[in-house]
Design a protein around this ligand. Sequence first.
Ligand SMILES: Nc1ncnc2c1ncn2[C@@H]1O[C@H](COP(=O)(O)OP(=O)(O)OP(=O)(O)O)[C@@H](O)[C@H]1O
Ligand SMILES: [Mg+2]
Length: 243
Amino acid sequence: MVKEFEHEEQLPLLNLKNVVKQVKTGSDQLTILQGIDLQIKHGESLAIVGASGSGKSTLLGIMAGLDQVSSGEVWLNGKPLHTLDEDQRAAVRAEGVGFVFQNFQLLPALSALENVSLPLEMLNRYSLAECRDRAQQWLEKVGLSQRLKHYPSQLSGGEQQRVAIARAFASQPSVLFADEPTGNLDRHTGKQVIELLFELNLQNQTSLILVTHDEHLAQRCQRSIHIDDGCVAKDEIQELTHA
Ligand SMILES: Nc1ncnc2c1ncn2[C@@H]1O[C@H](COP(=O)(O)OP(=O)(O)OP(=O)(O)O)[C@@H](O)[C@H]1O
Ligand SMILES: [Mg+2]
């Protein structure tokens, strides 16, 4: 058991080999990703930047096991996502992956507490009471102890994103994927959400892979890659400013 764990730790978190993504639009075929090679280490923070339409969200979806490659290989925590079907990929996601999206993607019919608890319940790892307790603790950590019973429509954008962050961290994933997490928030709220994201990321030693248009935010990550027309145009390790 221990050996297996050590072995897993030595593998890169993510290993992409010649990843191509093509989609059909009418009679045309569009190549969105044109042969991406990329390795990401455990604990690394990586920003993905690039122009609108360059393929950032598509790449993120593939790395997270939300979307399937057309050809090439994607290994997440040593698991070959490119060989797995949707159900198998869903199981990998539930176990080890957290998400934060631009539009929050909370379930509207569930309270904040239920939104955070539900993915935990689906893991069958804890009793219902334990799931609710954990969910409550995470909502307290993100400063929402007074909003447990609120529905998403009764929460501000910043509050909804904090629920989404609590939900993402609650299952203790090894990696958190965030696609423009501040895109729908005002500057001040966006900054608070980012501080929270990096703080929890550090505390929980989670890897962070972040799509952003915000240069300042990209500079907070250890590494940034620039996507241009479905290719990695630049791959830079950066000096951390923490400003
Ligand atoms: N399912 C699809 N069918 C057809 N075209 C698609 C599909 N998904 C993405 N695309 C196209 O692929 C390109 C890349 O899309 P993607 O969402 O990855 O871009 P992005 O870099 O995240 O852009 P943005 O910064 O605007 O979010 C776009 O031109 C988009 O229109
Ligand atoms: Mg996008």
